[in-house]
Design a protein around this ligand. Structure first.
Ligand SMILES: [Zn+2]
Ligand SMILES: [Zn+2]
Length: 378
């Protein structure tokens, strides 16, 4: 991971020492956010002060993933996860990035981890994620990943509100006795309302995508919910596990073209409209509030991965995504960090967010074949 300067006007890469952008001529010598890259890898991106983000109201049995942000820290502050010494923004013992700003965020729970990164071309990170664990009524990991729609106003706010609301409503619903599907539908609906409330007028409506997962810690049925083109993948952790698969179907123009057999997936992906959404969370898309819910029961071991298009653009095929970070179930944080590194190495054109949740092997609870049951929830 290297620090890359970008032009504040056109986002073109700018070489260290350049005074003007080679593409658009914008003066870039001053006013660029961030100090020059230190030699250490990975490098902190920004010198902004710590912002730990808004917490959610959690019941006593619900635990938020430890959220931290990359950034320079006083050397005396210990790791927020393991308490070991920290240098250059990363823990010396466990490798966890430490509080800084939203440009690079990592969350960690016992069997799950997430990494969100600004990427190399965008000025800010408009993705968001939330990871919660709960023991009530049974051990479960709940996660939400959202991608702010960059053509809407305040997309980063939409994504943040949707992820926090969705995860909190999911955990609360499960604790109150709702089934995973019912809780997933309620979380989606309340996240949609929360994003819609951000709109000052219908013409200025913040918008984002949404994908959620409910993963029982002991194995068993996994429930995913989504709107837009953020995805859930099942990644096989061994040859005997259920083969890797995409569990969601994008609400996108490309998906519609492929479904109508007008284009091949490759042709659709190459189109200028490839990323045009057909549904999203926002006051200007009431249809998005109903979303989709699917339940699958994969045979582990393996990993459930939630991600934004900043990752899957480079690894759309489940097999390729699985190969990009082998052993995801054994080391969710290491895998999430590796995925982000792979996307940055491939160009990092968009914000990148990925949550990896470990699913136990058959000795802990054998599963059936993947059984999809997608469709409109509402
Ligand atoms: Zn420029
Ligand atoms: Zn640590």
């Amino acid at each position: 991971m290297t620090m890359v300067r970008t032009c504040p006007s056109c986002e073109e890469r700018v070489a260290t020492g350049d005074v003007y952008c080679e593409r658009c001529g914008h003066r870039v010598a001053a006013g660029l956010a961030g100090p020059p890259a230190p030699p250490a890898v990975p490098a902190p991106r920004d010198a902004a002060a710590a912002d730990r983000g808004a917490g959610t109201d959690q019941g006593e049995s619900t635990t938020a993933g430890t959220e931290v942000h990359t950034g320079p820290m006083p050397a005396v502050d210990p790791c927020t996860w393991c308490g070991a010494a920290v240098s250059a923004g990363y823990c010396n013992e466990c490798g966890m990035s430490q509080p800084g700003d939203r440009d690079h965020v990592e969350v960690r729970a016992e069997t799950a981890a997430g990494v969100s990164d600004r990427g190399l071309r965008h000025h800010r990170n408009e993705d968001a994620m939330a990871v919660l664990t709960s023991d009530d009524p049974a051990p479960v990991v709940v996660a939400v990943v959202c991608d702010g729609v960059s053509t809407s106003p305040h997309p980063e706010e939409a994504a943040h509100v949707a992820a926090e609301t969705g995860a909190a409503v999911l955990a609360d619903g499960l604790a109150a006795g709702s089934g995973p599907r019912e809780a997933t539908e309620a979380a989606l609906a309340q996240a949609a309302s929360a994003v819609a409330e951000l709109a000052e007028t219908e013409q200025a409506a913040p918008a984002c995508t949404y994908v959620s997962a409910v993963v029982p810690a002991d194995g068993g049925a996994i429930t995913v919910g989504w709107v837009g083109d953020s995805r859930a993948y099942w990644l096989a952790g061994s040859p005997s596990a259920t083969p890797s698969a995409v569990l969601t179907r994008d609400d996108s123009w490309s998906e519609a073209m492929v479904a109508m057999r007008v284009m091949t997936p490759a042709e659709a992906r190459a189109s200028a409209y490839a990323h045009a959404l057909t549904a999203w969370l926002g006051a200007d898309n009431a249809a998005g509030a109903s979303g989709h819910v699917a339940t699958v029961t994969p045979a582990g071991p393996g990993a459930l991965v939630l991600c934004t298009d900043g990752l899957w653009n480079y690894f759309p095929d489940p097999g390729a995504l699985c190969a990009a970070a082998p052993g995801a179930a054994a080391d969710p944080l290491g895998a999430a960090q590796a995925y982000v590194r792979r996307a940055l190495d491939a160009g990092g054109r968009d914000n990148i967010t990925v949550v990896v949740i470990a699913v136990p092997g058959p000795q802990d609870g054998p599963g059936d074949d993947v059984r999809g049951s997608g469709g409109n929830a509402g």
